[in-house]
Design a protein around this ligand. Structure first.
Ligand code: HEC
Length: 169
């Protein structure tokens, strides 16, 4: 894209003074950016995540975890569809949807809302959440389970099963 053109986003103030929402990149005022963004997003969504290595999770526990993910633990209400996110349907969630430790970052964002993280290949990239406040997938599940806004009341075994399922994605 070469860094040229006018990128329009009404949520962004121009510079520190605030104002028009127009970010002028280049002198000719031609927008060479916006038209490319949908194709770039589709490309990113089309990249396959690496499969979990053979033997890296317990299959029977993962199958029980899958049922919990869709059922009692209700994870699939946000982590839905082939990519395990409702962001592909354009959904965003309020600030309290994140169980991460940090509560400030969201207040600095353009929408002040969260996009549900896709979970394919999640085994590969600890630490988790935007601030890395969950060191392991077991920490992730414990933080959801203990979420004061919506405690899940999962048993130790159910939590372990859910972790095995996450490791399989
Ligand atoms: C209300 C919607 C919602 C529900 C329900 C939900 N999540 Fe999330 N999930 C999110 C959002 C939003 C994020 C990003 C939060 C952040 O980064 O602070 C996220 C992040 C994650 C991550 C971190 C991914 C990464 O790459 O760092 C994992 C793992 C995860 N969720 C698993 C689960 C599991 C397991 C459940 C069920 C116990 C669950 N989620 C329920 C919305 C949800």
């Amino acid at each position: 894209m070469g860094g040229h053109g006018t990128f329009l986003d009404p949520r962004l103030p121009q510079g520190k003074g605030g104002g028009t929402g127009v970010n002028n990149i280049g002198a000719d005022g031609v927008d060479r950016v916006s038209a490319h963004l949908p194709a770039l997003q589709e490309y990113q969504y089309s990249i396959d995540a690496p499969a979990a290595p053979a033997g890296s999770y317990d299959g029977a526990a993962a199958a029980r975890g899958q049922a919990l993910f869709a059922g009692k633990a209700n994870c699939a209400s946000c982590h839905s569809g082939a990519l395990f996110t409702d962001a592909t349907e354009g959904k965003l969630h309020p600030a309290n949807a994140s169980v991460a430790a940090d509560k400030v970052y969201i207040t600095l964002s353009a929408t002040q809302q969260w996009r549900t993280s896709p979970l394919k290949g999640v085994w590969q990239h600890a630490p988790y959440f935007h601030d890395g406040s969950a060191a392991t997938l077991a920490d992730v599940v414990a933080m959801y389970n203990d979420n004061p806004n919506r405690p899940l009341h999962l048993t130790e075994r159910e939590q372990a099963d859910l972790v095995e399922y996450l490791k399989s994605l």
